[in-house]
Design a binder for this molecule. Structure first.
Ligand SMILES: [Zn+2]
Length: 681
């Protein structure tokens, strides 16, 4: 919560001096944490509000402005050591920002007055990322740097070259420096934080900090893994590409092969911004990346030149920041859940409340340190917002609303599932259950094994896994392959048809390529992507089990921590036994696919069922081919099935597909489509 600021006119000189000194110190600390450690101490809007207050006070009392005031440094921070320095040919200015439509109006009036006429504006979404400069010489990317302090940035060329949306070569052999924003898509941010929690690491506060932390890495392999993306929106050298407007520049960037955000709009007068703001306030939730406002730029570049810039900010552009969307609610309970790696994570359960378009009832509290630092207690009233536009997060406790006698929340010391003592492993913030027989961990491990990106056993979700565990029909992943029809039939809600479907899905999963199995084993730090890279290199599960840390870490994109985790896993007697049992059960342990999945394939992302006898090649081969093209091959037909491929003597699945109106192909149609995939690409 923000303090009530004393109106500037009511301040004595002494009070102002004191407040300015306090604000300078505070903002410097916040800046160091934010820029150098990628770990902000406060919410952005609080930083912004203090900053705006300091600007205001310093304007009224200029005698107290010091050279090291945060208002006097472009980026607000020193450059982090480790990465090489790059001097920007023209300073990389940040934008001035406003927080209300009135301030925007005032900015428009000043601009109009200076120019002598009403300018046209180009509106762009303000991407929640970090600014970079990209230098192309004769169309080739030769350098990438961060903003740093505005004059000197950091060399992140090697890191940026791992970002797929940034071209290494432009479509024309021109020499130009362009600037833009590197960001982490919401989906990658959510996955990354989930993984970090499972690995016992501190989650990133928002996608921007995640992007900054991922880009500014001496180890390029880490950047590559983080799935960053980018938008380009500026060049200091418009003559190089022959453009006269900002909107025209965006079009040229796109034609050069540079990534641009096409949500920009040209407006004739400031009042037209209202519709744009309203539109993106409501669509914000659905965008693939986080935005925190709208950038207004004078559209004609010669007008921009006329307006010029101050030491810190251009006069021809301004950022309008969305007001923080916040809600108040009451914490009803704190739940602790055990993940498959044993990390025990707290979640606040709250009174349901509407927030930025969705009903929110739960928010992760990440780990005990986080919970303690915020001092959240059951019964507390808290502020709630969405970090990076997506993840519900508790801002802070309203102490004034705290019920009397409300006790400090006790962090559990025993596992909520198996009651064994919890531990803190070295270097981890997470609390962990290390009991290998912990029922919650086994449940999570088995659910993970059967999940879509792992072995993809349709019909074996958390509920069924729990049923099977309770009946003691399964104990580990190998036992899934020993399930009997009679056992399944004895379970509640299992009919003959669902039993057949589940058994057929289990059988289908035996022919999965190695990377699915490897990911399914749930080895710590080994995500789907790492599993694919490792499987690709070693080809068989045995070869992976025999590999050394150095062998595994030699793969681009795989670090030593992952390699070590893999080696440790395969050393355990349980893993050795599991390998034997899986082999006996007939589960494929070889890497089958050398194809990088083509997202433009007709089959990509489709749910497909194979049935009947195929003339040309086996069902296993067809399954592999479909999976290589990004299809999800399942064992049973449902309303969600996109396509049934029916060979000779197709039976009940064909009838069901016809009844549900699912598209059905015969083998010939499939062969023709396969041939087409080959020639189109
Ligand atoms: Zn446990």
């Amino acid at each position: 919560m923000l303090p009530e600021f004393t109106p500037v006119n009511n301040l004595t000189t002494q009070m102002a001096q004191q407040e300015i000194a306090t604000l300078q110190k505070r903002l410097t600390d916040y800046g160091v944490a934010y820029y150098e450690e990628d770990a902000p101490l406060v919410e952005d809007y609080i930083y912004d509000a203090f900053y705006a207050r300091l600007v205001l006070l310093e304007a009224q009392f200029p005698q107290f402005v010091t050279p090291d005031s945060p208002t006097q440094n472009v980026g607000g921070a020193k450059v982090k050591s480790g990465l090489a320095k790059v001097v920007h040919p023209a300073p990389m200015l940040s934008l001035g920002d406003v927080f209300s439509l009135e301030e925007l109006q005032e900015w428009d009036e000043r601009t109009t007055k200076t120019l002598g006429f009403q300018s046209e504006y180009n509106l762009e979404l303000k991407i929640d990322g970090l600014a970079v400069a990209l230098t192309y010489v004769d169309g080739k990317l030769v350098q990438a740097s961060t903003r740093g302090n505005g004059s000197i940035g950091e060399d992140v060329t090697a890191n940026v070259k791992t970002i797929r949306s940034i071209p290494q070569t432009l479509t024309e052999p021109i020499t130009i420096e362009v600037r833009g924003e590197i960001y982490m898509p919401k989906s990658s941010f959510a996955t990354l934080n989930k993984q970090r929690e499972a690995d016992g690491l501190e989650p990133f506060a928002n996608p921007r900090n995640a992007a900054a932390g991922s880009l500014r890495q001496l180890n390029v392999a880490i950047t590559k893994k983080r799935e960053l993306s980018a938008f380009v929106y500026y060049t200091a050298d418009p003559d190089a590409i022959g453009v006269t407007t900002q909107s025209g520049a965006l079009e040229r960037f796109a034609a050069l092969g540079l990534p641009t955000d096409d949500h920009n709009r040209v407006i004739a007068k400031m009042a037209d911004i209202d519709a744009y703001i309203a539109e993106y306030t409501s669509q914000r939730e659905r965008l693939a990346y986080g935005i925190d406002g709208v950038v207004v730029k004078v559209n004609h570049l010669d007008n921009q030149l006329d307006l010029g810039h101050t030491v810190k900010i251009p006069r021809w552009a301004i950022a309008y920041k969305f007001p923080p969307e916040e809600a108040l609610t009451v914490v009803l309970d704190i739940e602790w859940t055990v993940g498959r790696t044993g990390a025990v994570t707290p979640t606040a359960v709250m009174d349901p409340v509407q927030l930025a378009g969705t009903t929110v009832q739960r928010a992760s509290l990440h780990n005990p340190d986080y919970l303690n630092a915020k001092d959240i207690r059951i019964g507390d009233t808290v502020t709630l917002h969405k970090a990076g536009d997506i993840i519900p997060e508790i801002g802070q406790v309203l102490l004034a609303e705290r019920p009397a006698n409300n006790q400090v929340y006790d962090i559990p010391t025993f596992c909520p599932a198996c009651h064994s003592e919890l531990v803190h492993l070295d270097g981890e913030v997470a609390l962990r259950c290390i009991n290998p027989f912990c029922v919650a961990q086994i449940q999570e491990k088995l659910t993970h094994f059967a999940s879509r990106n792992a072995m993809n056993i349709d019909g074996m979700g958390p509920r069924v896994v729990s049923q099977l565990l309770k009946a003691n029909y399964i104990q580990d992943v190998a036992s899934i392959y020993r399930l009997q029809e009679t056992q399944l039939l004895s379970l509640d809600k299992f009919k003959e048809k669902s039993v057949t479907n589940l058994l057929s899905a289990i059988t289908t999963s035996k022919s999965n390529s190695l990377e699915r199995l490897l990911f399914g084993l749930g080895i710590r730090m080994v995500g789907a992507k790492a599993a694919r890279l490792i499987a690709e290199k070693f080809k068989t599960l045995q070869a992976i089990a025999d590999a050394s840390v150095i062998d595994i870490a030699s793969i681009a994109g795989i670090g030593e921590t992952i390699a070590l985790s893999v080696v440790q896993y395969f050393k355990t007697p349980e893993a050795k036994q599991l390998l034997i049992e899986l082999r006996e059960a007939g589960v494929n342990q070889t890497y089958l696919s050398d194809v990088i999945v083509d997202e433009t394939s007709f089959f990509y992302g489709k749910k497909i069922v194979l049935t009947g006898k195929l003339e040309k090649g086996s069902r296993t081969e067809a399954t592999k081919w479909l999976q290589d093209h990004g299809a999800q091959v399942t064992g049973s037909v449902s309303a969600k099935t996109d396509l049934l491929i029916a060979g000779e003597d197709a039976g009940s699945k064909l009838d069901k597909a016809n009844a549900l109106g699912v598209t059905v192909w015969d083998e010939q149609a499939f062969i023709e489509a396969q041939a087409k995939e080959g020639t189109d690409k």
